[in-house]
Ligand binder design. Structure first.
Ligand SMILES: [Cu+2]
Length: 313
């Protein structure tokens, strides 16, 4: 367990969010130095979208070798937005970021055999990836990045938009990247699907529909960050130890500003330092309002896990 003092220090270090301390790993050896972060802004596009309701109002495609920072780097931060040619964010009700995923073509998933590693992404909620302390997503200079996305024009006029991603990174040799994390793209529909399922909507007012999937940890390590993705009607997505129900992270959907298709406008994330044990089963649960039917929804959680054991404190 992390002592209260250390927990406060960690929260100060991270400067945000909920630290869920149920299966805390010792913080020994975690870098507390301010990382020399370099920020790069990159784009995919432009996408010339026709007005809503017209052919060509959506773009649902993939691209290989998307722009990325040069060199061997440790990524500390990623955020996404839809912007116009001048870099100004497009109002959320005018264009919908349904999803975007970035993949590392040089690696495969730790839990879905043969699937290209998905290392970050976003939907309407635009949850940034934020890795603290010594933890970073390390990618080599020769790794090609691919992307897939689905965006939609929701306005009555044609729009030219870009998918913009901002990356905060350090040289891979920096202490703040000394514990490289592996991204776990966990999906309640399993592997090799399009991630979509339907909520029947037959439960009446206040009822909840749940969809779960069990994922077995392939190796031991420390989970350091997690954040979910849900569609309209989504309540929360959580991961917990199957054996005792101990919660690792619950990502809760918020509807605090209007989004196209009634998508969540934000989702909470979890800053963690929780031990993960090889062979342990973890239950991923997506919960949806079941008062009305919803088609093609998703229940996804990205978790970032360092394969290693911190020295005892
Ligand atoms: Cu989605």
């Amino acid at each position: 367990m992390i002592s209260l003092l250390r927990r406060h220090r960690l929260i100060a270090l991270v400067g945000m969010a909920t630290l869920v301390g149920a299966a805390c790993a010792p913080l020994t050896g975690v870098s507390t130095a301010a990382p020399p972060i370099i920020t790069g802004t990159y784009r995919i596009g432009p996408f010339n979208l026709a007005a809503m309701g017209q052919p060509g109002s959506e773009n649902n495609a993939t691209q290989a070798n998307i722009p990325r920072p040069a060199g061997n780097i440790g990524i500390k931060f990623v955020s996404f937005d839809l912007v116009d040619a001048s870099g100004t964010p497009v109002p959320r009700m005018d264009a919908h970021l349904h999803h975007v995923l970035l993949m590392n073509a040089a690696r495969t998933s730790p839990i879905c055999p043969g699937e290209t590693e998905r290392f970050t992404g976003s939907g309407a909620e635009r949850t940034p990836l934020a890795l603290w302390g010594s933890y970073a997503y390390v990618t080599n200079a020769t790794d090609n990045w691919n992307a897939l996305w689905h965006i939609m024009n929701m306005s009555a006029s044609a729009k030219s938009v870009y998918i913009q991603y901002k990356i905060g990174y350090v040289p891979a040799s920096d202490p703040s990247a000394s514990r490289p994390v592996t991204p776990f793209f966990m999906d309640v529909t399993g592997c090799g699907t399009n991630a979509e399922f339907n909520v029947p909507g037959t439960g009446g007012p206040g009822s909840v529909y749940t969809k779960t999937r069990t994922i077995t940890a392939p190796w031991s390590g420390v989970a350091v960050y997690a954040a979910g993705h849900l569609h309209d009607g989504g309540l929360d997505v959580s991961v917990r130890r199957s054996s005792n129900g101990q919660v690792g992270c619950t990502s809760t959907a918020r509807y605090d500003m209007p989004e196209p298709m009634d998508f969540p406008s934000s989702i909470t994330s979890c800053v963690l330092h929780d031990s993960v044990s090889a062979g342990q089963a973890y239950t991923l649960t997506a919960r949806y309002d079941n008062a009305m039917p919803r088609a093609g929804v998703m229940g996804i959680m990205f978790a970032y896990i360092w394969k290693g054991t911190p020295p005892a404190s």
